[in-house]
Design a binder for this molecule. Sequence first.
Ligand SMILES: Cc1ncc(C[n+]2csc(CCOP(=O)(O)OP(=O)(O)O)c2C)c(N)n1
Ligand code: SF4
Length: 349
Amino acid sequence: MAASATPLPTLTTKELTSDQEVRWCPGCGDYSILAQMRKALTTVGVPREKLAFVSGIGCSSRFPYYMNTYGFHTIHGRAPTFATGLRLANPDLQVWVVTGDGDGLSIGGNHLIHALRRNVDIKVLLFNNEIYGLTKGQYSPASRVGTSSKTSPGGSFETPVRPLSLALAAEATFVARTIDVDVQHMVATFQKAAAHKGSAFVEIYQNCKIFNDGVFEYATDKSVKAENVLYLEHGKPMLFGKDRSKGIRMSGLKPEVVTVGKDCGLDDILTHDEAAEDPTLAYLLSRFAHDETPNVANPFPEPVGVYRSVRKPTYEEQLEARITEAAAKKGKGKIEDLFKAEDVWTVAE
Ligand SMILES: Cc1ncc(C[n+]2csc(CCOP(=O)(O)OP(=O)(O)O)c2C)c(N)n1
Ligand code: SF4
């Protein structure tokens, strides 16, 4: 960096804290996410007036009130759409979307897919508690099969949406997962999402203490976590387990869990490449789901970390280029001229 470069602005967590009373249930995972977001933003170098949080409807959607930045509590499922408009109108802003699994994957599913596929430069945080919290515990599109809730008293039987598979299928250019109690990992993941140019999608496993308590215990309980979670690190072999002796190997088109030194050598273990242009392998990782069936021989761990991070032209960059191209061809236009252009007719009375 040149010696004369302007230093990046720094913020304190206090400066990022609003005067609003936080109204989540005691023990809710949302508190930790809020605290880690404030921490992450202290170092990303964006001043408060250039930060905006946009949410839809749900418990998680109260988030913008608690950040001392710009904030918009919009309508159910439409935060990605609102955020797209905000970015296009003011490309100087860093725009974060906060959504829940119900808000983002049910009523807002379509909006989420299209914001991601367009590669709008927004950062989407999906707080996944696998339940509708605000409406008091109905099952959501992310609830696993058998979830007993007020709207599925006999246990849900629908195939759940896997948020990361959906984001990858929509061609999101940054896709990651983190966990509410994994505080350092969460801060680092938010900072990586902030640094990404293009649409970033981060799924956060969030505990809803009241309506779905402990649903991610396999990934948070210290006594079993190492066996159930695979921390993805770019350029490193996919190893996990207490002594990191287990790993992921490909057998043809199928992944398998193997023990290094017993079933194979370290060279046989897949190396994680978050920058791979092709999202196929990332998609395959997004299919690993914790298996609660007793005595499964080699259960797959759930990968946490950055699945994919690639640079592609953003929607804003492409739009800007299109405007410049049109202006070069046709000159700078006027909105009235557009209104009065072709295909204008008067309806006879
Ligand atoms: C148009 C519309 N339909 C339904 C609702 C009811 N509603 C409010 S929040 C919500 C879902 C909340 O669940 P989730 O997004 O998982 O967020 P959480 O509360 O768990 O953070 C629903 C269905 C609404 N507010 N508006
Ligand atoms: S209902 Fe669940 S998600 Fe909502 S505030 Fe309470 S614990 Fe959190």
